[in-house]
Design a protein around this ligand. Structure first.
Ligand code: 3PG
Ligand code: MG
Length: 368
C-alpha cells in the first residue's frame, strides 16, 4: 500500500498541522554544523503554508534521555528555521519528555491537541516507533511530507529496480551494526565493497592479521559466513594505511603488523574501490573508508567521494558520516541523492519498511 501524500489530506486551508521533522542536526558549541536536515523540510513546510495551513513543527535533538537538558535545546534549530521560513512554531525537544521514546499515549494526546492534520517528514527517525512518529497517524488525517516520500522513493528504487551493476560501498566503524543490511543486500547487489573500521573483522575472517585495528572478534564467524555465501561479491581492501607503534603513518598490505593500527584504506584499494564505483549503474555508499577527520587518514574517503561525484551511474549517499564526507570534500551537489537518514536508510534497506511508514499507511485517510 502506498504512503498517503500531502494531496491525500483533507483541504489544509485554515487548518493546524503538526509536522514531525528530523531536525536532529550535528551541533558543536551550540552551533549547527550542518543544516541539511532543516533545509530538507522546507519544501513540505512551504507546500503546507501555500495551502493555507498553520504549521507546528516538532523534532528530537540528540539523546537527552527523557529530561530537559539545555545542551539539546531546540533554540539553534528554531533560529535557523526562522531564517528559512516564517511563521512556523517549533515545539521544544521531544526527547525532553520520557513519553517520546516510550511511545506514551499521554504525550500523543498533548501533541495532537488543537491540531487538525499530521505530516511526517522525519525520514531520519522513521525507524523509531516513538510517540510523535507512530501516535498521531492513529488520531489525525496524516501524510508523508515531500522529503519522506522522496527518500522512500529513491531508497525503494534501490531495492526494486536498481540499474545494474548495483554496487554498494560500506564503511564506518562497526560491522555489528551492518550485518543485517549486508545479509539483505547481498542478494540484490553485484558488488559489496567494504572499507572503514568494519573491514578488519572481514579481513580477520579471511585469516589476515589486523594488529591493533578495530576488530569485533565475536563477529568474525558471521563475517566468514557472509564471505562464504557472497559468491565473490565482497570486495575488501588489499592495502591499509596504518599507524605504527612509534606513530609513523605507513601503507601496509592486507596484513596489519602487530602493534600497528589500520586507520584508512590504502591507495591501491582506493583506486580499486573507485573503479567499482565508476563502473556501476547504481551506487549506494554508507560509511567512511577511514578516520577522515584526521587528514593523514582521509585519502580513502576523499577518493571515494570524488569517485561518487564522477560516476556516470545513479549515486546515493546515506548516513551522517558519509554525507558529511561528501560535503567536506565539496562534492555533495554532484551526488544523485544524499539521504537525510543514517540508521533509517540502513533499516529501510534491510527490512523494506519502517515503523513510521507503517503508521502512515494505517492512517484513516490512507488509500490503496
Ligand atoms: C539520526 O540522527 O539517526 C536520527 O535523527 C535518529 O536519532 P537516534 O539515532 O538518536 O534515534
Ligand atoms: Mg542514529
Amino acid at each position: 500500500m502506498r504512503l498517503p501524500q500531502l494531496e491525500d489530506l483533507p483541504d489544509p486551508s485554515g487548518s493546524r498541522v503538526l509536522l514531525r521533522a528530523d531536525f536532529n542536526v550535528p551541533l558543536k558549541d551550540g552551533h549547527i554544523e550542518d543544516d541539511l536536515r532543516i533545509r530538507a523540510a522546507v519544501p513540505t513546510i512551504q507546500w503546507l503554508q501555500d495551502h493555507g495551513a498553520h504549521v507546528t513543527a516538532c523534532s528530537h535533538l540528540g539523546r537527552p534521555k527523557g529530561k530537559p537538558d539545555p545542551k539539546y535545546s531546540m533554540a539553534p534549530v528554531r533560529e535557523r528555521l526562522d531564517e528559512l521560513v516564517q511563521g512556523v512554531d517549533l515545539i521544544e525537544n521531544l526527547r525532553f519528555d520520557p513519553g517520546e521514546e516510550a511511545n506514551d499515549p499521554a504525550l500523543v494526546d498533548r501533541l495532537v491537541e488543537g491540531q487538525d492534520l499530521y505530516v511526517d517528514d522525519a525520514f531520519g527517525a522513521a525507524h523509531r516507533a516513538h510517540a510523535s512518529i507512530v501516535g498521531p497517524p492513529q488520531r489525525l488525517p496524516s501524510a508523508a511530507g515531500r522529503l519522506l516520500a522522496e527518500e522512500v522513493d529513491v531508497l525503494g528504487g534501490l531495492l526494486d529496480r536498481p540499474r545494474k551493476p548495483f554496487v554498494t560501498v560500506l564503511g564506518g566503524a562497526k560491522v555489528s551494526d551492518k550485518l543485517g543490511v549486508i545479509d539483505a543486500l547481498l542478494t540484490r547487489v553485484d558488488r559489496l565493497v567494504i572499507g572503514g573500521g568494519m573491514c578488519f573483522t572481514f579481513l580477520a575472517a579471511q585469516g589476515h592479521s589486523v594488529g591493533d585495528s578495530l576488530l569485533e572478534s565475536e563477529r568474525v564467524d558471521d563475517c566468514r559466513r557472509l564471505l562464504g555465501y557472497a559468491d565473490g561479491k565482497i570486495v575488501l581492501p588489499t592495502d591499509i594505511v596504518a599507524l605504527s607503534p612509534s606513530r609513523e603513518v605507513r601503507t601496509v598490505g592486507a596484513d596489519v603488523p602487530d602493534g600497528w593500527k589500520g586507520l584508512d584504506i590504502g591507495p591501491g584499494s582506493a583506486a580499486e574501490f573507485s573503479d567499482e564505483v565508476t563502473g556501476a549503474g547504481t551506487v549506494l555508499w554508507n560509511g567512511p573508508m577511514g578516520m577522515f577527520e584526521d587528514d593523514r587518514f582521509a585519502a580513502g574517503t576523499r577518493a571515494l567521494a570524488h569517485a561518487m561525484a564522477d560516476a556516470p551511474g545513479f549515486t546515493v549517499v546515506g548516513g551522517g558520516d558519509s554525507a558529511a564526507a561528501v560535503r567536506k570534500f565539496g562534492v555533495a551537489d554532484q551526488i544523485g541523492w544524499v539521504s537525510t537518514g543514517g540508521g533509517a536508510s540502513l533499516e529501510f534497506l534491510e527490512y523494506g519498511d519502517l515503523p513510521g511508514l507503517e503508521a502512515l499507511r494505517k492512517a484513516s485517510n490512507a488509500r490503496d
